[in-house]
Design a protein around this ligand. Structure first.
Ligand SMILES: [Zn+2]
Length: 508
């Protein structure tokens, strides 16, 4: 570039509706500076205007023109002609300055201009024509989106569980739906439910489509495979790191993906819900208990599929099974006063557990640095056109996934000593709810509750459901009977102060 040319940089964005899709002033300046550097352009002064260009009389623009007249500079760099002028007066002034030689040239990263009669003609059209504005809008919109993406902002409609906060222009968690979506992931991760089940689950919890309908099965599957929930997002096929708060861990997401991959597209034509399906096993032969509908009632029975074993066990009606399960669940309900006392203890425990495995964290940080270096080099080879885009996108996705896993390991390591606290807290939340679940008539919720208490230990023998509860619940049941909470095993590591304390509200 000729050294005799001195440039003014001019950036403008107004609050006009038409300017809504235009790059922010920050983005314009960033792009222009980059452009200037690349083209070896010397900028003497930057002019930044926040006014509309629809009517003449912008103070900064006028100031720039008078300085051009004085010969402080002889060229202008702007994002696009529509940033300089969108009315015939301002446009005419620019063209006049070109004609008289005060302006040697204009440069626009998104518009071709040459100071020839044809070039000036094209420029006047760009200044005056709204048609041109419309044409350039789509390119500008794309630019704006790319800028957003680079900043880690998801440029599209947010998924269920999130909200666009128009006030702060950020993406925030939706207080009511976010926990439901998380629970949906957690429940599905157990591998015991179908997508259809999750659809019912969402409907029962009051999560519907924006038209108030049950969410479509395909959308539920889409939701369960959306990286947005662990903090990344996809934009035009590429994975980006988001700035929004993740709703679930990468680990949980990966678990869900594994289950989705392993699932065959089964014909799920079951119109009638069979909520207790997959919950119980036959006490006689060990086969799963299945369900069938007869005369409007759902019956549960042994699958009897083993040819060697013709199981004699009979049928149990759903209503009957419901009563039995409710009775079982009720036994494992945590008393409210105990629950709050345990929570207080838990919090104290958490405070004392500040120590962490620093060396491990350090090591992971180094590994992350290595990946970041790889990402940088990958981008460079892509920009240098050594790498095809398809290959770049694929490799980037792999590295990004690795990076996220490492970051998560750090989080886990940092709270390693207190790792049992969170599940335990969650358990308290579950256990204190059992009484209500037993009394409610949501059979789906009862199945989930029974799974939590008994795992896969529930048997159906002679039409009676029974099973041994998992360790926390069995301890709970026996200690609540004694009236004194003394967790013996399985709840906490040996180092925990919980082992040497007995929690009993009576003793406090
Ligand atoms: Zn059987």
């Amino acid at each position: 570039m000729s050294t005799s040319q001195k440039f003014f940089l001019y950036a403008r964005k107004s609050t006009d509706v038409e300017d809504k899709q235009v790059l922010s002033i920050d983005a314009q300046i960033a792009e222009l500076r980059e452009y200037a550097k690349r083209e070896n352009i010397e900028i003497v002064c930057e002019f930044i205007e926040k006014q509309s260009a629809k009517i003449p009389g912008r103070p900064i623009f006028n100031d720039m023109l008078s300085k051009l007249e004085k010969g402080v500079a002889n060229a202008i760099l702007a994002w696009h002609p529509d940033r300089l002028a969108r009315n015939s007066v301002d446009g005419g002034q620019i063209v006049y300055l070109l004609d008289t030689g005060r302006l040697a040239t204009l440069k626009f990263p998104s518009f071709w201009f040459e100071s020839t009669p044809q070039g000036k003609f094209m420029l006047s059209i760009a200044f005056g024509q709204s048609k041109y504005y419309v044409d350039s809008l789509s390119e500008n919109t794309k630019r704006g989106l790319r800028q957003k993406v680079r900043r880690g902002e998801f440029p599209s409609r947010v998924p269920i569980g999130y909200l666009n906060d128009s006030r702060t222009k950020t993406i925030v968690l939706e207080k009511i739906k976010a926990p439901i979506v998380r629970e949906c992931f957690e429940t599905f991760a157990t591998g015991k439910f179908t997508i259809e089940n999750m659809r019912d689950f969402l409907a029962k919890k009051g999560v519907f489509s924006k038209y108030g309908k049950r969410i479509h099965q395909e959308r539920v599957a889409y939701m369960l495979s959306n990286p947005f929930y662990y903090g990344h997002f996809k934009f035009t096929g590429e994975i980006y790191e988001g700035t929004h708060e993740p709703l679930i861990s990468k680990k949980l997401f990966d678990d869900v993906q594994a289950i989705m991959r392993g699932r065959h597209p089964r014909h799920t034509k079951t119109k009638v819900m069979k909520p207790f399906l997959g919950l119980l096993r036959c006490g006689k032969c060990g086969m799963m208990i299945t369900a069938e509908v007869q005369k409007g009632h759902t019956y549960y029975r042994c699958t009897k599929k083993s040819p060697a074993n013709k199981c004699p066990e009979g049928y149990v009606r759903e209503e009957n099974l419901d009563i039995q399960l409710s009775g079982l669940i009720k036994k494992y309900s945590l008393r409210e006063d105990w629950a709050s006392e345990m929570e207080i203890r838990l919090e104290a425990e958490e405070k004392t557990l500040a120590q962490s495995a620093r060396a491990f964290v350090q090591e992971k940080r180094v590994q992350i640095k290595v990946i970041e270096g790889k990402l940088e080099r990958l981008l460079n080879s892509y920009l240098d056109q050594i790498l095809e885009q398809v290959e770049y996108v694929r490799k980037k996705a792999v590295l990004m996934s690795e990076k996220k896993s490492l970051q998560e390991e750090i989080t886990l390591l940092e709270q390693r000593h207190g790792a049992w606290l969170e599940p335990f807290r969650k358990w308290i939340g579950d256990a204190r709810n059992m009484d209500r679940i037993a009394r409610d008539c949501d059979l789906f919720e009862k199945k989930v509750a029974a799974e939590k208490i008994f795992g896969s230990n529930l048997l159906l023998t002679a039409k009676i459901a029974r099973g041994s509860a998992l360790v926390l619940y069995s301890t709970l049941a026996s200690t609540q009977e004694n009236g004194c909470m003394e967790p013996k095993s399985g709840i906490e590591p040996e180092t925990s102060s919980f082992t040497c304390t007995s929690i009993s509200p009576e003793s406090l």
